[in-house]
Design a protein around this ligand. Sequence first.
Ligand SMILES: Nc1nc2c(ncn2[C@@H]2O[C@H](COP(=O)(O)OP(=O)(O)OP(=O)(O)O)[C@@H](O)[C@H]2O)c(=O)[nH]1
Ligand SMILES: [Mg+2]
Ligand SMILES: [Zn+2]
Length: 355
Amino acid sequence: MRLEDLGYNKDLENFRIDNGLSSFETGRVIAEHKERYIIWTEQGEFEAEITGNMRFTAKGREDFPSVGDWVALTTYDSYFAIIHRILPRSSIIKREATGQFGEIQIIATNIDYAFIIQAVDRDFNINRLERYLTICNSSRVKPIIVLSKIDLVNEQKITEILEYIKVRIKSTPIIAISNLSQDGYDSIKRIIEKGKTYCLLGSSGVGKSTLLNNLSGKTVMQTGTISRSTNKGRHVTSHRELIILENSGILIDNPGMREVGIADSTGGLEITFDTIASFSLNCKFKNCTHTSETGCSVLEAVENGELDKASYENYLKMKKEKAHFESTVREKRKKDKEFGKFVKNFKKDMKKNKY
Ligand SMILES: Nc1nc2c(ncn2[C@@H]2O[C@H](COP(=O)(O)OP(=O)(O)OP(=O)(O)O)[C@@H](O)[C@H]2O)c(=O)[nH]1
Ligand SMILES: [Mg+2]
Ligand SMILES: [Zn+2]
């Protein structure tokens, strides 16, 4: 396999040369199991660990490899390798880690497009759709909305949903598919380009793995609904995995997500809610919060119906979450810094007093 088929490009190659990494192998992380990484290289598949130095200098989750990463590694025997460095990422899809305020979870890196999948039968939820859009837009990943399971509803219902989406989401492409009849597959296949990476996002059971298997023509991922009866948990897919389609693109399957917590989302909200952003240019105050100010153009637009009220409320909710995330991170950094100072002073005292 050539690295180009895995998505390798000129920018990565230039970085590798400029940074003296030519003596290392290059590979892409295709799966992670508790700090053990499965890497694909031109020499084949390797299981790898990171260097001790990488672990000790890591400041957070982002300093560890993730599925989708390009890494410089040394291979030892035919299967084992050590990762020395993560090459610069062109994009990172992340969310707030479930139940851990101020911590992020990386979903995948070096993604070109995200398929945001919602099933039209029970899963469809426009607020959640805007959430996914925000995490994509924050990370320079182009979103594509995929409505799945259209075989389960009639055509009128699909038309209704499409119109409903268009009131709030204007410029994101939407594809309606059935994994059963393969309706809509032509549109999906047209989008997928060789050498580009696509991430499958969505709740559990919407058909992410079924879509991936059908596109690859093989059963790469397990699908179905094992959950309740066997008590194995709700999700069929339990880890992220990168798969290459023959003569086509690269897909990353993910376990279904129950929560899409807004983390660091610089610019993401503004892109997702671009209508709100454009109204806000006319607000009287520059730092308008669009909640109660006089002369707020956003509030005015909600009142006269130019702006969808539910969308506006969803925006405010996510903005609040973003602010909360940022203040938690600031608080944490401050504590870490104080602790660092404490340790430093303590060491100084130790030296002075010759303990
Ligand atoms: N009727 C219908 N059933 C579908 C469709 N797509 C998937 N299914 C079924 O839905 C169930 C769940 O599909 P999966 O592909 O495992 O869903 P998933 O999104 O990968 O779920 P997790 O791995 O838990 O996140 C399976 O029983 C599929 O056969 C579809 O388009 N129509
Ligand atoms: Mg799955
Ligand atoms: Zn305002």
